[in-house]
Every structure is written in structure tokens, then in C-alpha cells.
Design a protein around this ligand. Structure first.
Ligand SMILES: [Fe+2]
Length: 221
């Protein structure tokens, strides 16, 4: 809910007002514990680990005890039924909240994560996940894995539009969101968050390309 952007408390307030179901990701778990880092799972010294440090510290400084207490009570799994299909929502993976599962990750990883998930909550028809930052759909062993993407950061494709997923009828679909990226980037600059994600809102390219699998980078070295 609060990673990278300028106004974490404002986002938390809006999301709480919406009354929608909310799942804990690594940032919420770490903020709830008042931990020193976001626990995103990137390697130490990677561009993301370095660049995300200040935005996490900014989020941590801005949230009050009530917001942290609310985050502490958020579930790690949500299960619901829609159009006769049972879905589970998790953040990164079933094995690890910070597991990076990419559009080009092998089927064996999806199968392993789905097995683990189903061992805990029973059979599902679909999984809604996030964390890696890139929206995609995969069908593995008859189960839909839907990464809903990130509504606050474009998916490293050179465009400003961000992504979200809609479950409407049988088929989940991924939508693009056009929003005032200039204003969001300006707010980040004003807050001193000029480590690269502010520019990413405008350019559509992440500053942390070294964290992506080679096939998803602009330049492969
Ligand atoms: Fe995450």
C-alpha cells in the first residue's frame, strides 16, 4: 500500500475508507513490526535494495501507531468465491511472502507454490498474487495464476500507465490505469524521494533493472 510513493498515510486512509478486503504484503508486515527494512527479498546491494531504503524509511516515519496496528491485523491469505470459482489471494508466493514469481518463471515453481497453498486452504481454481511488480496471467495445471500488478508503479514497459486486475464474469483481466503521474512524481520529489522511482513514474522504466530476470530487462548484459 505504501511502498515507494510519497503519501503512505493518505493511501492507507483511502484504502481503509473503501472497506475492501486487504491482504498483508511484505511492506505491511515489516511496517507493522516497525522493522528497519521492507523485507522485499532483493539481494543486498542490488539497485532496489539501495533505492528502496529511503522510500521505506519515509513510509515508516509517516505511519502512526493506529495504521501500524491495523496492518498487524491484516491476513496473509484471503479466499473467496466468484462466479462459481474459488480464488485465493496471497502476496508473493505460498512459500514466502516475498517470493518473486515472474511472467517467465518455470511451471515447476507455480506448481510447487499452488501445492503448498492448497495444502493450507484446500483446492482453488485461481490464485491472485502480486509482489514482483509485473501483471500477468498464467495457467498452470488447470489453475489460473493472476498477478494483479502494481497500481502505483508502471510495469517497466516505457509507459506511464499502471496495472490492476478485474474479476468480472469468468475471465480475470488486466486493465491499464492512466492517472496523474506528474503530480505523483512531483510529490515524491517534494518529499525527497528522488532515488529513481519518481522518474520511473514518468519514464515507465524502473531504476532497479538488475532485479529483473534477464528476459524482462531492456538491455541484457
Ligand atoms: Fe511486495
Amino acid at each position: 500500500m505504501v511502498a515507494y510513493g510519497a503519501d503512505g498515510p493518505g493511501c492507507v486512509a483511502l484504502i481503509r475508507q473503501s472497506g475492501g478486503a486487504v491482504l498483508a504484503g511484505n511492506c505491511e508486515i515489516q511496517l507493522a513490526a516497525d522493522a528497519a527494512d521492507c523485507g522485499c527479498g532483493y539481494g543486498q546491494g542490488s539497485a532496489c535494495a539501495v533505492l528502496a531504503r529511503d522510500s521505506y524509511a519515509h513510509a515508516r516515519a509517516g505511519l502512526d501507531a493506529a495504521a501500524r496496528g491495523w496492518m498487524a491485523g491484516l491476513p496473509r491469505r484471503i479466499v473467496f468465491t466468484h462466479a462459481g470459482r474459488r480464488y485465493a489471494v496471497l502476496h508473493g508466493g505460498a512459500s514466502d511472502v516475498s517470493r518473486f514469481i515472474w511472467p517467465d518463471t518455470g511451471d515447476d515453481v507455480f506448481e510447487h507454490e499452488i501445492r503448498l497453498l492448497q495444502a493450507g486452504i484446500g483446492a482453488v481454481d485461481g490464485v491472485v498474487a502480486g509482489h514482483c511488480g509485473i501483471a500477468f496471467r498464467r495457467r498452470v495445471a488447470g489453475i489460473d495464476w493472476i498477478n494483479a500488478g502494481v497500481i502505483g508503479l508502471p510495469p517497466h514497459d516505457g509507459h506511464r500507465a499502471t496495472r490492476f486486475a478485474v474479476l468480472d464474469g469468468d475471465a480475470p483481466r488486466i486493465e491499464r490505469l492512466d492517472y496523474d503521474a506528474e503530480a505523483a512524481a512531483a510529490e515524491m520529489c517534494a518529499a525527497g524521494l528522488t532515488q529513481g522511482y519518481d522518474a520511473a513514474l514518468l519514464s515507465g522504466w524502473w531504476p532497479s533493472e538488475d532485479t529483473l530476470p534477464p528476459g524482462l530487462r531492456r538491455y541484457v548484459d
